[in-house]
Ligand binder design. Structure first.
Ligand SMILES: Cc1cc2nc3c(=O)[nH]c(=O)nc-3n(C[C@H](O)[C@H](O)[C@H](O)COP(=O)(O)OP(=O)(O)OC[C@H]3O[C@@H](n4cnc5c(N)ncnc54)[C@H](O)[C@@H]3O)c2cc1C
Length: 412
């Protein structure tokens, strides 16, 4: 099949939160950007669905917030967890010094669809679906573009910069030979759907029982459920049989008894392997990785989407001008890593601490869990709940949009 060739300033591999946000921001700043996404649409389950206050602040700064919040979502101002028989309040977002004092739970496809639609306003925004990046073009040591397989044949893109935003199993970072440091994760997550009944109430819930960690997210007519298991434990669970798994769910939430048979086979239970890792160097000449491609995040705190968005904002802030002017250097790419490394390291350190000190303990626990001292203090003193809210909702060093919207005439 024919090979189509394109030229652009920035070729972005991967249309997840990092890639679509970066494409949008660069195009808005008048920089020609091509985003390549291997799937035909964004409509997939089991992706991060939490839009945090710092990301909502970015949407506000972009003038997109009001339109964005018209998409179906839930606004969560407080987070609670049921530990054994006790319900404890752990975070209160309503006092955060941001435009929105809440987390918006929104299926990720709405978020990506929204940004992709917003990008279409700019002639410099190009989104190619069904385009799977499988090769980097090189000139000596320098990356000068990429190749993608599409239903119409190969697509070859020459670019001043290739950005790998292709997630935790990044092809780009592997092709670029960037070294990955594995920080380890003691658990995996099973995702499944169960129907939501009118009498259920709507509160998304985290539940901790001996050896079990279970989360239910309200998705309108169904619950998106996450069941945390020890790393590599899926085969053992399968050996015990589907009925034993259904009973384990009922033990956690007896109200589910009338619908666990909706899990008709193991095909209805999706395994997501959790990884926490980080690139030692996020760039090489002509290439940069951001989002999960640079640092795969654990689901703890639901901060991965937010970090990916923050990376995109910082990348656009630092690179939009040199990209537009054609003066990009390796030093500019180094500045992006320097800017985002500390927030990434601190967030991952916290996630690894919680994985090893809390999740591992819960998964190995035999007796009924009791809320630890810190949870009891949070439950007792409402003002203390502002701290976890700040850590989860805003993260370390939140980014702000510094790029200006290009006048249409200035667009390439
Ligand atoms: C079990 C689990 C639950 C999670 N829950 C949450 C949560 O609730 N909230 C939260 O904020 N974070 C959550 N996370 C983390 C979050 O999903 C990620 O951190 C976030 O999606 C990273 O965004 P990204 O754009 O960097 O990568 P991704 O979201 O992974 O997007 C990468 C994109 O690249 C595409 N792609 C891959 N390879 C290619 C290729 N070769 N060519 C073209 N396209 C390609 C993929 O199809 C995908 O669309 C969770 C993670 C796990 C494992």
């Amino acid at each position: 099949m024919a090979t189509e060739t394109l030229n652009t300033r920035c070729a972005i591999a991967g249309g997840g939160p990092a890639g679509v946000m970066l494409g949008y921001l660069l195009a808005r700043a008048g920089v020609d950007a091509v985003v390549l996404e291997k799937h035909a649409d964004f409509f997939r389950d089991f992706r991060g669905d939490t839009i945090h206050p710092s990301t909502l602040q970015v949407m506000y700064e972009l003038g997109l917030l009001d339109e964005f919040l018209k998409r179906p979502h839930q606004e969560v101002r407080q987070l609670a967890a049921q530990i054994g028989d006790e319900m404890v309040q752990v975070a209160d977002f309503s006092h955060l010094p941001t435009h929105c004092g809440f987390i918006a739970f929104m299926p990720q496809w709405h978020f990506l669809d929204f940004l992709a639609d917003a990008g279409k306003r700019y002639p410099t925004f190009h989104l190619h679906m069904q385009s799977e990046v499988d090769e980097l073009l090189k000139d000596g040591d320098r990356v000068v573009g990429l190749k993608a397989a599409t239903p119409k044949g190969d697509l070859e893109i020459r670019a001043d910069l290739v950005v790998g935003c292709d997630g935790r199993h990044s092809t780009v970072r592997a092709l670029a030979g960037l070294e990955v440091e594995d920080l380890g994760a003691p658990m995996d997550v099973l995702w499944l759907r169960l129907s939501r009944h009118p009498e259920d109430g709507s509160e998304s819930l985290g539940r901790i029982e001996p050896g079990r960690f279970f989360i239910m997210l309200d998705r309108g007519d169904y619950w998106q459920c996450a069941f945390v298991i020890p790393k590599g434990g899926f085969n053992e669970l399968r050996r015990k049989g589907l009925e034993a798994f259904r009973l384990a769910l009922v033990a956690l939430k007896p109200e589910l008894k009338n619908r666990v048979r909706e899990i008709a086979s193991w095909d209805d239970v999706k395994l997501l392997t959790v990884r926490v890792d980080r690139l030692k160097k996020w760039y090489r000449p002509g290439l940069l990785c951001i989002g999960d491609a640079a640092h795969a995040m654990s689901p703890i705190g639901g901060v991965g989407v937010n970090l990916a968005v923050q990376d995109a904002v910082a990348t656009a802030n630092i690179l939009a001008t040199p990209l537009r002017d054609g003066t990009l250097t390796e030093e500019d790419l180094r500045k992006v890593q320097k800017r985002r490394l500390l927030p990434t390291e601190l967030t991952q350190a916290l996630q690894v601490f919680i994985q090893n000190r809390v999740i591992s303990n819960v998964l190995n626990m035999k007796a009924e869990p009791k809320p630890p001292l810190v949870a009891r203090l949070l439950n007792r003193f409402s003002w203390l709940r502002r701290w976890p809210a700040r850590l989860i909702g805003m993260g370390f060093r939140p980014e702000h949009v510094h790029t200006q919207e290009a006048a249409p005439a200035a667009a390439e």
